[in-house]
Design a protein around this ligand. Structure first.
Ligand SMILES: Cc1ncc(COP(=O)(O)O)c(C=O)c1O
Length: 421
């Protein structure tokens, strides 16, 4: 049966982020439970990348599965223009309680790329509605990744993932990203350089900049690159003083990944727009939110249609996904989940000490740990054979486990990788 799935796959399927000429056959997965996924032979793999960073509480969590089932019996889906429903409102109310007070208006969509695309469009149209049509520039960080739609790719040029589309992307001002790690002796210089480039951009282009978008504290897709909160505060303060809209892309960092509910909680300067997806439904169904202030929302209120935010997706605020989101957030807020997050964080500290002489550029924050090794690919192949699912980004090995993962499982992983190294 395994052969059957793979044979059928090879004839039909074009997988994401996959070079089909070189890729090895995918693993056919038939079941997922808790922190593990299972292939057809029954072999289990510890899902150390939370299935592309979406899974929070383990797979098929009974509370989330029940919420999905119950909701699907009552209201599956309706369009969200001209209609509304309890699950969408309740989820927004619940998320609002764990966000800074000024983030008050919730715009739903269904994946991370659209959540950032919406943020960019919202920021730009806010200025257009206020008579500033020339604000066509966006500030972003080198190495940033915000998704694969055209706006998201434009502000994510520095990730290297979108090079084929260079000529189609709009202009951005890219600030060097001072990625850092334990025992980084050059961090002060790198941060000073970034700040100086920002100053230059502001002196030349201030009046043309709509917004600054960033992945706060950790850049995910460019290799779990960490920036110090004190540096980000400095840069954000300068930008805030210039009245430029600040967008936090918390698609990866949200819902506890960094040890706090959101990365925002670890920064003094708060965003005007925040994007979330991935963990929002606990990793069960596609859903996203772009949340903003009353000031930005009010900038769209007008008697004339042209001021409207004319954007929407068929599956906006899908009630079943919202029900999963409500259940997932309830689990996240429980004390035992918060303790698990803390334990994972502590396990990374201990585990990284174990391998510190065999890898380079170690960084860890909350439930995420990353380090670098020239043989990352062969290391990951060996780990997968042993039942640990990781997926390095270039030479970066990172782990970002579901919160159901125990400290023992994480320490065992570090022991195994230590042995392989
Ligand atoms: C920070 C960030 N923003 C946006 C996205 C895009 O999300 P999606 O893959 O759901 O479109 C990702 C995906 O990895 C991400 O890490």
């Amino acid at each position: 049966m395994n052969k059957n799935i793979l044979e059928r796959d090879i004839k039909l399927i074009w997988h994401p982020f996959t070079q089909h000429k070189l890729a090895v056959a995918p693993i056919a997965i038939t079941k997922a439970k808790g922190s593990y996924i299972y292939d057809e032979s029954g072999k289990k793999y510890l899902d150390l990348i939370s299935s592309w960073w979406v899974n929070l509480h383990g797979h098929c969590h009974p509370k989330i599965s029940d919420a999905i089932y119950e909701q699907s019996k009552n209201l599956d889906h309706v369009m969200f223009a001209g209609l509304t429903h309890e699950p969408a409102i309740k989820l927004a109310e619940s998320i609002k309680k764990v966000l800074p007070d000024h983030l008050k208006r919730f715009f739903y969509s269904d994946n991370g790329s659209t959540s950032t695309e919406i943020a960019l469009k919202m920021a730009y149209q806010y200025w257009v509605n206020n008579g500033f049509e020339e604000k066509t520039l966006f500030l972003c960080f080198d190495g940033a990744y915000h998704g694969d739609t055209f706006g998201a790719m434009s502000v994510g040029k520095g990730s290297g993932y979108h090079n084929s589309f260079g000529k189609l992307l709009f202009d951005t001002l890219m600030i060097p990203y001072p990625a850092t790690y334990i025992n980084d002796s050059e961090i002060e210089e790198k941060e000073a350089y970034s700040l100086s480039i920002l100053d230059e951009y502001l002196s030349l282009y201030e009046s043309k900049i709509s917004a600054f978008i960033l992945e706060p504290i950790v850049q995910g897709a460019s290799g779990m690159r960490y920036a110090r909160p004190e540096f980000l505060n400095k840069i954000l303060l300068k930008i805030k003083e210039k009245n430029i809209i600040i967008i936090f892309d918390e698609v990866m960092t949200g819902f506890g990944r960094l040890g706090t509910y959101f990365a925002t909680d670890q920064l003094a300067v708060k965003p005007d727009i925040i994007c979330m997806s991935k963990g929002i439904s606990g990793g069960s169904l596609p859903l996203a939110l772009t949340i903003t202030t009353d000031q930005i929302f009010d900038g769209f209120l007008h008697d004339e249609w042209k001021y409207t935010f004319a954007h929407g997706h068929s599956y906006t605020a899908n009630p079943i996904a919202c029900a999963a989101g409500i259940a997932s957030l309830e689990i996240l807020l429980q004390d035992n989940t918060q303790h698990s997050i803390q334990k994972i964080s502590n396990a990374h500290i201990d585990g990284c000490k174990l391998i510190q002489n065999k890898v380079s550029k170690i960084r860890h924050v909350g439930t995420i740990a990353a380090f670098e090794h020239a043989n990352s690919l062969s290391i990951s192949e060996k780990l997968i054979q042993k039942g640990y699912l990781i997926r390095p980004i270039r030479n970066v090995i990172y782990i970002i486990p579901p919160y159901s993962t125990t400290s023992d499982e994480i320490i065992e992983f570090y022991n195994i990788i230590n042995h392989i190294l």
